[in-house]
Design a protein around this ligand. Structure first.
Ligand code: BGC
Length: 743
């Protein structure tokens, strides 16, 4: 291929010229013209599409059989989907696996395989650290590739609208900016290793109870300013090769056939060039879905019909779906795979070595940065090594740390496995990763550490009485398919904590949860840690924070409400009345969930709007040192708006602060916070630093449906900077002129 032609193509012209050339290159050149890596992914994809037969195309847009049906030589153990290679064109198989917390190995399909179990995505959200998200993503990408996969079903970017949601541990936060940046960087990390990542589940797949029959109902403006904005930022940041739709409906239409969502918002307004796949068993039609922009029917064996198989072929033959649409589907897949190098890499090896220890250390680093110190009265923490006997109680802390259940769960060898639930018609495993907090605390404390399982309250209280300190591990397990019932800790753990705290006021609570929980005992314990699901090195990370080897720096990515009554929808959908699994009969009709109650004011914005006082605010998190913020300035630099402030470490330990800048739009009095920018700053004792943060103006805008775009209204904007989403320590008022930002 001549250089001039390549340049012309890369410059956006010349595609016709190029395609007119012979597609199979001359001797001595690569076998196929598309193998020229100087060409753009779009051109290369188009070249391949032109060579594909109809059968080859259809084989890449629907998979009706689970992986075992694929020819043995190319089937990859544990794949969630496998699309055949096209050897005559030199195109490798497309092999997809879950998920966002690591490469799954469900049912031990790869016996003994130690893929890294990263902490929950919610913990990653609590780091407020996009750089760490990129590193975590790279771990997943490397491991996926080394297991023979080239598509990772990761990138959970749903806003957490339902704090009791079964999958909140798979999502980042309740805020569009934090969610978009963290999910986007995780995707970028995965793709940096030559593996395509999705973002999912597009969009407003906010609850698990009845997820296949729940319609998330919300106005377009609210959607654009919240859930869609989170995806938009994630897509801009991470350029995911694929987007997975949800099981749910949006305003009465299944997301997999929502013309609004796929064709209009994603592909047209955002110019998305990748492919859109349905969730497994989440396709419901042929023409409607194909014409709305769905590109792949995933997990078709769970659907009512092979919609993108024979029925789609017939629809094309009868001109009800244009052939161009089929070509577009395949082209989108190929261009995304070209874009990350997944095709150039060829068939992925299935047993390549990775540096497992280095990956475990990334998991530990993420956990150490995402554990949140919620309360620490009288400097109860950090504990001093060798100070006396420590009693540890509960949550199998002698063995490991809890992980979430469902398609995202990674269970390395040595995990403790139990039945989590069978309420959904089949068993879902509840697993504990083999990282014993007891062992880690023993090694940090250099003293006597004992363990009780906490099932006997009287024994726990008696054991607590003469301990120097007691650490109660309280757990709350969540899984895909089922929401948590209420916000309270289950299984009488509140009573256990009360009894232990009454016996020994030096009681520390470590929470291993998939979201917020209520804490009726909070006033009676001096210290509480939110450790979420901390992953394969979680025990060490928790012990490190308890003993001060790690200075905690995590921040709440989600509000901890005081009471369920403070939520926009205090009453949950009844799981016994609703179907949540694809492929099962849906009894009764669609259930409408009214999200216009809070609209775009999710989580902390709702609490602030309604004057609810949370137990712990979004953004909150303590440190063993003290930070001071000063000199907030909001400046315009060309089209950008910059927030700057000075952070000082006034304490005696090195630490990391996360200053946050919120903005209140012109309008009714009172401060109605929207997170506009945040930063992470590592400071030595006594050190000060000036930090600048770029503000994305969409965060200051309302979506104007009539004009069809974001619009910053002219007026006076109040900025507040602080350590959480509260009223702000520093204030700055800025007048902005009206500006249209487009979509
Ligand atoms: C989940 C997806 C997952 C897919 C494939 C579905 O049940 O909702 O997140 O990627 O299964 O395992």
């Amino acid at each position: 291929m001549g250089r001039t032609t390549t340049e012309a193509v890369l410059g956006g012209v010349g595609i016709c010229l190029l395609l007119a050339q012979p597609l199979v290159a001359e001797p001595g050149r690569p076998d196929h013209a598309w193998q020229n890596r100087d060409l753009s992914p779009d051109v290369r994809a188009e070249m391949v599409v032109r060579q594909m037969t109809a059968d080859e195309k259809f084989a890449w847009i629907s998979q009706l059989l689970p992986v075992p049906g694929a020819p043995q030589a190319i089937s990859v153990p544990g794949a969630a989907a496998h699309y055949q290679a096209i050897p005559r064109l030199g195109i490798p198989a497309r092999t997809e696996t879950d998920a966002g917390l690591g490469v799954t190995n469900r049912g031990d399909v790869r016996p003994g395989d130690r893929t890294t179990a990263l902490p929950s995505t919610l913990l990653l959200g609590a780091t407020f650290d996009p750089t760490l998200a990129h590193q975590a993503g790279a771990v997943i990408g490397r491991e996926a590739r080394a297991r023979g996969f080239n598509v990772q079903l990761a990138g959970g970017a749903n806003l957490i609208r339902e704090p009791r949601g079964g999958r909140s541990f798979e999502y980042v936060s309740e805020d569009p900016l934090v969610t978009g940046l963290i999910a986007g960087q995780m995707v970028a990390g995965i793709q940096s290793e030559g593996v395509v990542s999705t973002v999912k589940h597009f969009a407003v797949n906010a609850q698990e109870n009845g997820r296949v029959m729940a319609s998330s109902d919300m106005s377009e403006a609210a959607l654009r300013e919240s859930d869609l904005l989170a995806f938009q930022i994630a897509i801009e940041t991470g350029q995911p090769g694929s987007v997975m739709t949800g099981y749910n409906l949006l305003n009465g239409v299944y997301t997999s056939e929502s013309d609004f969502l796929i064709d209009r918002v994603l592909k047209r307004d955002w110019g998305y060039a990748g492919w859109v796949m349905s969730d497994w068993g989440g396709t419901h039609s042929t023409e409607r879905a194909a014409l709305a922009g769905l590109d792949v029917q995933s997990g078709g064996m769970l659907d009512a019909a092979p919609f993108f198989g024979r029925p789609l072929q017939e629809a094309v033959a009868a001109d009800r779906v244009p052939q161009a649409r089929i070509d577009d589907m395949v082209r989108r897949i190929l261009r995304s795979m070209f874009a990350v190098g997944a095709i150039d890499a060829g068939e992925a090896p299935q047993k390549a070595e990775v540096d497992a220890e280095a990956h475990r250390l990334v998991a530990r680093k993420v956990a150490e940065n995402g554990i949140v110190l919620l309360k620490n009265s009288d400097d109860m923490l950090p504990l001093k090594p060798g100070a006396g006997r420590i009693l540890i109680i509960g949550a199998h802390a002698d063995i490991g740390v809890l992980s979430g259940g469902g398609s995202s769960s990674v269970t390395p060898p040595g995990s403790l496995k139990m039945t989590g639930t069978s309420r959904v018609g089949f068993d879902i495993e509840k697993a504990y990763h083999p990282s014993s907090p007891l062992a880690a605390i023993q090694s940090e404390s250099a003293g006597i550490v004992t363990y009780l399982d906490g099932t006997d309250l009287a024994a726990a209280a008696a054991g607590a009485r003469d301990a120097e300190a007691v650490i109660v591990f309280a757990e709350e397990w969540r899984t895909e398919v089922l929401d948590a019932t209420g916000l309270a800790l289950p299984d009488h753990q509140d009573a256990l904590i009360e009894a232990v705290a009454a016996a020994n006021p030096r009681t520390i609570v470590v929470l291993e949860t998939g979201g917020p929980v209520t804490m009726p005992w909070l006033a009676r314990v001096p210290a509480v840690l939110a450790a979420w699901y901390p992953g394969i090195a979680g025990g060490e990370a928790i012990a490190g924070v308890l003993f001060g080897r790690v200075n905690p720096s995590g921040r709440l990515p989600i509000t901890f409400p005081s009471d369920e009554g403070d939520l926009p929808r205090p009453i949950q959908s009844d799981p016994t009345m609703l179907a949540a699994s694809p492929g099962l009969e849906i009894k009764g009709g669609i259930v409408n969930i009214p999200y216009d109650i809070e609209g775009s004011d999710v989580g902390y914005r709702w609490a602030s709007r309604e004057g609810k006082m949370p137990l712990f605010r979004f953004g909150h998190g303590l440190s063993y040192t003290r930070f001071a913020l000063s000199e907030l300035a909001i400046e315009r630099q060309a089209m950008d708006l910059l927030a700057s402030l000075t952070v000082t470490n006034e304490g005696s330990r090195p630490g990391i602060d996360t200053p946050q800048v919120y903005v209140s739009l012109p309008g009714p009095e009172g401060f109605a916070p929207r997170l506009a920018a945040f930063s992470r700053v590592a400071l030595e004792p006594g050190e000060s630093r000036r930090v600048s943060m770029r503000i994305d103006r969409r965060l200051l805008a309302r979506y104007d449906t009539e004009r069809g775009g974001f619009r910053v209204a002219g007026g006076s904007y109040l900025f507040g900077a602080g350590e959480d989403s509260g009223p702000g320590i520093l204030r700055e008022r800025v007048t902005l002129e009206a500006i249209d930002l487009g979509r």
